[in-house]
Design a protein around this ligand. Structure first.
Ligand code: GUN
Length: 282
C-alpha cells in the first residue's frame, strides 16, 4: 500500500488559524522582523512567505534589508536595534550569511527572548538539557508532523540524515526527549543505507535531492523530508518521493510538507517570545 501523505500545508493552516485567534486576544500586536543580508534568491522567497503568513495571522512584520557587503559591525547594530525595538517581539537573521560575517557572533547577539528562530546558544542550550524554551522552527515543525501520524515515538529507532545546528541536531534532541533511539548520519557515515533501513522514523535534512531511495527505507516507516533544493526551477526534496511512497508508511511531500510548518512555528515562537517577555517584565 502506498504511504499516507502527511499534509504539512493543511496542518500549518490549522496552526496559523489558532495563532491568529490568540494574537487577536493579545493586548499588543505581535511583531516579527526579518533581517536579510544580500540578494540570496532562496532567502527572498522564504522571507516573502514568512511575511505573507504574518499578515494572515494579524502580526506586524518588518524586513531589514542590508547589502551583501555590509560590515559585521553594521549588522550587529541592526540586531541591537531590533533587540531594543518595543514593536518587535521576535526576529530572525536569515541564514546563510556572507563569509566575512561570523554567523555565531550574530546569533549570540540576538536576545534569547527575542530569538524567534531558537538559534541562540542560550535557547539551544536549554534544548540540550531538556528544558525547552524557544525551539528552532523547522525541528518543531518536524515533530508536529511526526505527532500528526499518531504513531508512538517511544522506543522507536529514529535516523536523522544531517547534523546541522538548525535542523539535524535539534531534531535528534527532540526525538531523544520523547524516548526514541536516535542515530545521526552525516557525510562521513559508513554504510548509511544499512542504518536508514533500520529507521522507524527517518528525517532527511542534507540538501541532496533524491538522496533517499526506496532501498534505503524500511517498510511502513515515517519519512520526513526537510530538503528543499531548487533543480531547474522546481523544489526538490532529499527523498525520491515517487519511489519511497511505495514503501514508507507516512511521507511528507516537497513542497507542502515541512516548509509551511516552519513558517507557522516561527509565528508560534513569536507568541512564546512575547510570553517570556511578559514573565520577565521586559
Ligand atoms: N535558512 C534556512 N532555513 C532557515 C531558518 O529556518 N531560519 C533562518 N534564519 N535562516 C534559514
Amino acid at each position: 500500500m502506498p504511504a499516507k501523505l502527511i499534509d504539512g500545508k493543511k496542518l500549518a493552516e490549522e496552526l496559523v488559524s489558532g495563532i491568529k485567534k490568540k494574537a487577536k486576544l493579545m493586548k499588543e500586536q505581535p511583531g516579527l522582523a526579518f533581517v536579510m543580508v544580500g540578494n540570496n534568491p532562496a532567502s527572498e522567497v522564504y522571507v516573502g512567505k514568512k511575511e505573507r503568513m504574518c499578515k494572515e495571522a494579524g502580526f506586524y512584520s518588518k524586513v531589514v534589508k542590508l547589502p551583501g557587503d555590509v560590515s559585521q559591525d553594521k549588522l550587529l547594530q541592526a540586531v541591537e536595534a531590533l533587540n531594543q525595538d518595543p514593536k518587535i517581539h521576535g526576529f530572525i537573521v536569515q541564514l546563510p550569511l556572507p563569509k566575512h560575517i561570523s554567523e555565531s557572533l550574530i546569533l549570540e547577539t540576538i536576545l534569547p527572548y527575542k530569538d524567534a528562530d531558537g538559534f541562540s546558544p542560550v535557547n539551544l542550550g536549554f534544548l540540550f538539557i531538556s528544558r525547552n524554551r524557544i525551539i528552532p522552527a523547522t525541528p518543531k515543525g518536524v515533530m508536529k508532523l511526526i505527532h500528526s501520524t499518531g504513531v508512538d515515538i517511544e522506543g522507536k529507532h529514529a535516523v536523522i540524515l544531517g547534523r546541522s545546528n538548525i535542523v539535524g541536531k535539534p531534531v535528534a534532541q527532540l526525538l531523544l526527549q520523547e524516548n526514541a533511539t536516535v542515530t545521526i548520519c552525516h557525510s562521513k557515515t559508513q554504510n548509511i543505507e544499512e542504518i536508514t533501513r533500520q529507521a522507524d522514523i527517518l528525517v532527511a535534512a542534507i540538501g541532496n535531492p533524491r538522496f533517499v531511495k526506496k532501498e534505503m527505507v524500511k517498510k511502513g516507516a515515517i519519512v520526513i523530508d526537510v530538503g528543499t533544493t531548487k533543480v531547474m526551477d522546481k523544489l526538490m526534496g532529499d527523498v525520491y518521493f515517487e519511489e519511497v511512497k511505495e514503501v514508507a508508511g507516512y511521507l511528507t511531500p516537497v513542497p507542502g510538507g515541512v516548509g509551511p510548518m516552519t513558517v507557522a512555528c516561527l509565528l508560534e515562537n513569536t507568541l512564546e517570545c512575547m510570553e517570556l517577555q511578559k514573565k520577565m517584565g521586559v
